[in-house]
Design a binder for this molecule. Structure first.
Ligand code: G3P
Length: 218
């Protein structure tokens, strides 16, 4: 499975990359707007740090402009994957970009039906918004599982990229369910590591060792 990091922060991307768990970086307009940097700068800087794909989302609302933006993003860096919303213009732009082999997929996905339309258009990925689906009163994990099982049953090659992950409970349920990929914020990644009992255990070992010389100095 692939793990992406959902951030525009070079420090967070580098820190995650050092852990060896970053297969790529996802961004969206909210994440980039928070940085006060230009979208182009975020994509170029990110592509210099990671070897994997950098996901960049269109801002346009009509299909022609989405296609233009998607093609423009391709000029910024290699390995850019264009994110298009699960709307009528988004699906039209997806069809046109994929027909020209531009890596592109569908985001802000809330249903199995939207995911199927994306896969029929040979989307590179679909991103069900697990946390926001839960917020809407439906079941984000169940929706994502169903999307994965439809894709497996139909032989669609589109990657299921679970997004809007709020905690490690959601993340581990997605791992168990065999979802292709997940993108998580740096804080959810941190929560994969930090455990009070691990900290207490490590502290206990240090205390037991006391002021003895370090092993390599013996
Ligand atoms: O990258 C998109 C997605 O992860 C959004 O998450 O927390 O804003 O629902 P959130």
């Amino acid at each position: 499975m692939r793990i992406y990091i959902d951030t525009a922060s070079p420090e967070h991307i580098r820190a995650a990359d050092r852990l060896g768990v970053v297969d790529g970086v996802t961004t969206n307009p909210s994440i980039v707007a928070d940085t006060d940097r230009r979208y182009r700068d975020v994509v170029e800087t990110t592509a210099e740090i990671v070897d994997g794909p950098v996901f960049a989302q269109v801002l346009a609302e009509d299909a022609d402009e989405m296609v233009r933006e998607g093609r423009g993003y391709q000029e910024w860096a290699e390995r850019v994957i264009v994110k298009l919303p699960a709307t009528r213009p988004g699906f039209e732009a997806l069809r046109r970009l994929r027909a020209d082999d531009v890596p592109a997929g569908t985001t802000v996905v809330f249903s199995v039906e939207q995911a199927v339309l994306a896969a029929k258009n040979d989307a590179t990925f679909v991103a069900p918004y697990v946390g926001r689906i839960d917020d809407s009163g439906a079941d984000g994990l169940a929706t994502t599982r169903r999307i994965q099982s439809v894709f497996d049953a139909q032989g669609f090659e589109t990657e299921v990229l679970a997004a809007s992950i709020r905690n490690t409970t959601q993340a581990t349920a997605l791992y168990e369910a065999g979802i292709d990929a997940i993108t998580m914020s740096p804080s959810v990644l941190d929560a994969h590591i930090d455990h009070p009992e691990t900290a207490a255990g490590v502290e206990g070992f240090a205390k037991a060792w006391g002021d003895r010389d370090p092993p390599l100095s013996e």
